[in-house]
Write a protein that binds this ligand. Structure first.
Ligand code: F6P
Length: 323
């Protein structure tokens, strides 16, 4: 019988994480469960550092980006002895189960706790990258794409006014999801992503043709992890070959912060609440994903199986066709 749950956010923060924590805490309290929040993700879990969370402590956070309990990338947690000590500490503090909010790396840590120590865990996919297997959407992705699109709309004003090409780098070391969605929504002339090799020659030819047609604004979206290098490397090569003035904009962590979109608040609230419901009802080792527009429980070992293939690759073709 569960009495007390822990919650942590891990890896890169994502807009909507606070909404998920809020929903989890309030669902727990509605079921008579107390909850603690581990500080800075697995770092606080290892150190036994947490704060009590009650209904009031999660007031006025649904609209805030980031995560108010902190997050980290905790290399120490890769060590099985460290994990064992952390679980002993967790049990001494009377914590019976854990809600983990993060990406696939965070879930690999959670799966280890479940397999090695039978810790009851429910996961909530939270990462701007939208690269978790078993869910169509992750918390933070919608906000990140909207932030990037807004920034590009502004850059386009300058591109149109001056005729310069702009290479805009968006986040995604291993995932082109943000780049692909942003490129289509912002009407980009080209997009480069890590999952697909796009020939620079083709991009150069297309840009030359559109300049010859009299088009003035040119936006090329480059995912941070593209094999050609970041936006600076691509710009140098393409800019030289096209022979046209250009500028580079790296959006970076601007995309990770900011107030979550309504969409992210809603899916985060659903997932946070359902994660606690799963634990309270004895369904352990599941991630609350979304498939076909509905929340679903996905077994953890499936969710960490592999990096999700970008469901959005069809957008690559669309972006090129309609640019
Ligand atoms: O996983 C989210 C993400 O923002 C990626 O898009 C990016 O590659 C990475 O985190 C950056 O991580 P850090 O903030 O640790 O440099």
């Amino acid at each position: 019988m569960m009495k007390r749950l822990g919650i942590l956010t891990s890896g890169g923060d994502a807009p909507g994480m606070n909404a998920a924590i809020r929903a989890a805490v309030r669902t727990a309290s509605g079921r008579g469960l107390s909850m603690v929040g581990y500080i800075d993700g697995y770092t606080g879990f290892v150190a036994g550092e947490f704060q009590e969370l009650d209904d009031r402590s999660v007031g006025n956070i649904i609209q805030r980006g980031g995560t108010f309990i902190g997050t980290s990338r905790c290399d120490e947690f890769l060590d099985a002895d460290v994990r064992a000590a952390a679980v002993r500490q967790m049990r001494d503090a009377g914590v019976d189960g854990l809600v983990v909010i993060g990406g696939d790396g965070s879930f690999r840590g959670a799966l280890a706790l479940q397999v090695e120590h039978a810790v009851p865990i429910a996961g909530v996919p939270g990462t701007i990258d939208n690269d978790v297997f078993g869910t169509d959407e992750t918390i933070g992705f919608d906000t990140a794409v909207n932030t990037a699109v807004l920034a590009i709309d502004q850059v386009r004003d300058t591109s149109e006014s001056t005729g310069m090409m702009f290479f805009v780098e968006v986040m995604g070391r291993r995932s082109g999801a943000i780049a692909l969605h942003t490129a289509v929504a912002a009407g980009a002339s080209g997009v480069l992503v890590p999952e697909e090799h796009e020939s620079i020659d083709v991009l150069v030819r297309r840009l030359r043709e559109s300049i010859a047609r009299g088009k003035r604004s040119h936006i090329i979206v480059v995912a941070e992890g593209d094999e050609a290098g970041g936006a600076f490397a691509v710009a140098q090569q393409v800019g030289k070959e096209v022979g046209h003035p250009y500028r580079v904009v790296v959006l970076g962590h601007v995309q990770r912060g900011g107030r979550p979109s309504a969409r992210d608040r809603i899916i985060a609230s659903q997932a946070g609440a359902l994660a606690v419901t799963a634990l309270a009802e004895g369904r352990y080792g599941v991630m609350i994903g979304r498939q076909g527009g509905m929340p679903v429980e996905v077994p953890f070992d499936e969710a960490v199986k592999t990096v999700r293939p970008p469901g959005a690759l069809e957008l690559l073709h669309l972006a090129q066709t309609i640019s």
